[in-house]
Design a protein around this ligand. Sequence first.
Ligand code: HEM
Ligand code: NAG
Ligand code: NAG
Ligand code: NAG
Ligand code: NAG
Length: 323
Amino acid sequence: MEIIRRCFTLFILVIILQVGEGKLSQAFYNSTCPNVESIVREVVEEKFSQTFVTVPATLRLFFHDCFVEGCDASIMIASPNGDAEKDAPDNLSLAGDGFDTVIKAKKAVEAQCPKVVSCADILAIATRDVIVLAGGPSFEVELGRRDGFVSKASRVAGQLPGPNFNLSQLNSMFAQHNLTQTDMIALSGAHTVGFSHCSRFANRLYSFSPSSPVDPDLDPTYVKQLKQACPQIVDPSIAINMDPVTPRTFDNKYFKNLVAKKGLFTSDEVLYTNRATRPTVVRFSKKQNVFKEAFITAMRKLGRVGVKTGKHGEIRVDCTAFN
Ligand code: HEM
Ligand SMILES: *[C@@H]1O[C@H](CO)[C@@H](O)[C@H](O)[C@H]1NC(C)=O
Ligand SMILES: *[C@@H]1O[C@H](CO)[C@@H](O)[C@H](O)[C@H]1NC(C)=O
Ligand SMILES: *[C@@H]1O[C@H](CO)[C@@H](O)[C@H](O)[C@H]1NC(C)=O
Ligand SMILES: CC(=O)N[C@H]1CO[C@H](CO)[C@@H](O)[C@@H]1O
């Protein structure tokens, strides 16, 4: 009898530890909102059928959310004063379709499971779904994140990598979030989809260095194409595909492009030009499956960054406002 009681106590303790503190789990909503993943998927598919931008917009939104305050949907908060996380200069180019996806998915989830599922988890599920819709790998998403209480433009500075970052800057920023160099390289593969505005790389075409206006680490044919798309008098609204070969497919072409000196940002091309990261880039460029496995591993780690669980944070009713 005593044994049974002790086992039971231990069992309850384990449950409390799992649900109450710290850990994310795939089964987090199994009893409270068992259909959450299919509800989100349906909304994401609908949005995707309207515009492909849903894919890169949602993926980048997740990355920026996780790197600032952790994956807690702090990026979703709207501020009447324009001083929330999403209003920071680094976020100004986030496409509205990512926000729209999360808001619509949340609405659909609330209709079936009110006040149960966090916006942070909805963004995580939607991100996996857009990757799959673009032909990328599927993976189980860990759940149980809660939504954060802090969303400030002033706290974004220095938290996101810039397109002119060198390898040590990239590594140290990712390491702050427990992401390894290999994780960083794999996650950069997200640039296999989506767009960039000309201003983010124009320096590589027109004003690289006193001795060479064009970055010598760029393929000359690619330079011509880029100059055509992005004339020196830059129209700030022009955005071009980051993967010039298969811009709408989540594949390892990004890494093949780097090998061909067609990495759009300095922070992309450096992964190939630097001898420390080149072998990994070459491996990912040759083996699609190796890249996809590494990407899954890194995405799951990205999804754990700074998460609030248990009693921390809240379940927002409206993703764009604190309760
Ligand atoms: C490694 C360091 C990284 C740097 C320096 C970087 C920088 C940038 C820049 C400058 C843009 C163009 C924004 C614009 O002009 O509109 C961009 C776009 C994008 N980034 Fe990154 N990024 C990095 C890592 C990542 C990661 C880890 C992800 C996701 C896992 C990601 C996903 C995206 C996506 C999907 C877009 C396209 C957005 C769109 O089309 O709306 N990036 N990135
Ligand atoms: C949660 O639900 C999924 C899907 O129905 C199932 O595959 C999984 O085994 C369940 N996990 C737990 C711990 O109940
Ligand atoms: C990378 O950039 C930082 C900041 O500009 C600089 O201090 C550092 O020396 C650079 N590292 C390399 C290896 O170029
Ligand atoms: C990184 O991992 C260590 C040990 O696994 C953990 O203590 C720490 O909280 C993690 N940091 C972040 C930013 O997730
Ligand atoms: C001002 C603002 O909201 N910043 C940009 C960053 O995030 C949102 C998402 O659209 C964009 O609408 C904004 O243009």
